[in-house]
Design a protein around this ligand. Sequence first.
Ligand SMILES: [Zn+2]
Length: 649
Amino acid sequence: MKDFLDELDQEIDAFESFAWDDIVDQHILMNEWLDWTTQNIEKIEKEISKNSSRNKNQKQARPDNEIRWKFISKFPETKFYLPSLREGYTRFIPIWWNNETGSKNMWMAQYWDDIVLIDCGIQFPDSDMLWVNYSVPDVSFLSKYKKNIKGFIITHGHLDHIWSLKHVYPAVWCPPLYGTRFTLWLVRKQLEEAWLLPHATLIEVDAWSKEKLKIWQFSAEFFKVNHSVPDCAWVYLESPSGTRFVHTWDFKIDFTPAIDTPADLDRIAEIGSRWISLLMSDSTWSTRKWFSMSEKNVWEELEKIVSNHHKGRLIIATFSSWISRVQQLIDIAEKYDKTIFLSGKSMVENVAIAKELGYLNIKPGIVKKMTPKNTEWIAPHKQIIITTWSQWEQFSALARMSEWKHNAVEIIRWDTVVFSSSVVPGNEKSVVWIINKLIKLWANVITKDDWEVHTWGHAFQEEQKIMINLVKPKYFMPVFWDLYFRTAHKNTAMNIGMKEDNVLMLENGNIVDFAPNNWNVFKSKIKVPIAEIIIDGHGMWLATSHVIKAREKMMNSGVLVIMYKVDKKTKAVLWHIKLESRWLVYLEEVRFIHRLIIKKAREIYENTVKDVPDMEEKDLIKIIKDDLEKFLLQKIDREPMIIPMVIEV
Ligand SMILES: [Zn+2]
């Protein structure tokens, strides 16, 4: 039986040979980049423009790229101009991360004409955002400043930090992308799928390196924190006039992580000794006291479950980017002589990338490709199936297994399903929905409430305090999530001595300028207009679009179509008025209500035409629509979408 990862290796090789020439051409290594910058900045600019114009002619770049970019990257036009930046000042703008649960994570820094962007995530839709796939940060205002955007830093590989790149990256003219090795691989996969890779410049950085990276006038440094995906990097960004930003992004401090090394506290303290202007820090779990649990505890709990499992299969649902959890399970499987099967496209892809880059250590024969034939040969209690669990996708592999729609696994009696994952607030219902299904199939279910099978990737209060104490910033800004969580983080900061005036509670689009040498900060009265940009299967749209509003109305109240056939000359209604309704009336009441509507519709039409016989059709339709809306609201307390049609014969 062939090891599935060997097969996957071949797939990766094929992918690499396809894209490798482009990557090598454009993949300017960090040291070379540093040399260039010290030599001549103009030279670099020429090199980048030469690369991108040459790459446009390469055969891998699809001929319809221009059209494609317009389609996936069509931000609305805006007349907004950024206020001018005073000499020596450094600007900071949160483009999108606050004010909502699960943020899109993007901000920018500006010094003179140079702009650096940091992260570029998506947000999954709320339940009332009908038929929307996700929303992306609004970068419309940057269209006038494309030539000023000198770099794009990506901190880690989570979807809410990278997944808008395919929309935003072409809109800002594909500046060089900086990130760690694992992060850039995920970015590369996304850009390749969107046919953008030949136009990208990817610059790999090392979170352990102490080197300063020059991004035009800014200098950047990266360093190590713990989180829930490999190779996360903090960002330190310094402008020539002494403004120093530190962003923790998503972080926790774990002294016994799984495959990672503990957060580099020495380095954080060293950075903290440089007079930091602003610390932006993760507020996700700022309401939770003490320390978050270590990955080591999860390991011990999972080991207990595996060692005591003797009947049925063990199916473990976790996030596909949580590579350390996969490593824990592989190690446990080896110890207890079990075989791992991976399920779900993103799980298989991420594990393959992590293995390829050396983040996963897998002994031959432990992990097998999941096919009905392969699983048949191994006793159920010897199988551990690791599957993707996404709370936003009802069609995740686990959901398919529970509905017997999975090609290799049907969950049956004695199987045990472990939710080694967390629930984002607001998504509890979808988790209970799937647990109900599993219970009906007589499966055992283990969640975080039963065993410590999951820990968070975000700091609790004591870790947040350590961070603030080590960085010792002049200004502090709690970021991510609702005001509730950010206010709790603010209180934590004030409890350890931060002055209230020095805590910045900013909103998306606020413009904040830091004076040279760290002393004063000015918040502009002008705000960047940031719209809600949504992506659905057909492209990029404004959330306020009439299409979305119409969907909402139809979904909530149904549709009513009324058709009048009228005489062209006399305008008299010929024959009966026809009516169709959907999701508006119940079977028992349909005759009564339809009759009521037809009577009223005739009355409105005839009265209107009698008063103004030569009224334009669009005005006539508006009157019918408005009057009928009022009538239905008053009579049956419903507000359907009404579509009147007048056909002259
Ligand atoms: Zn994250």
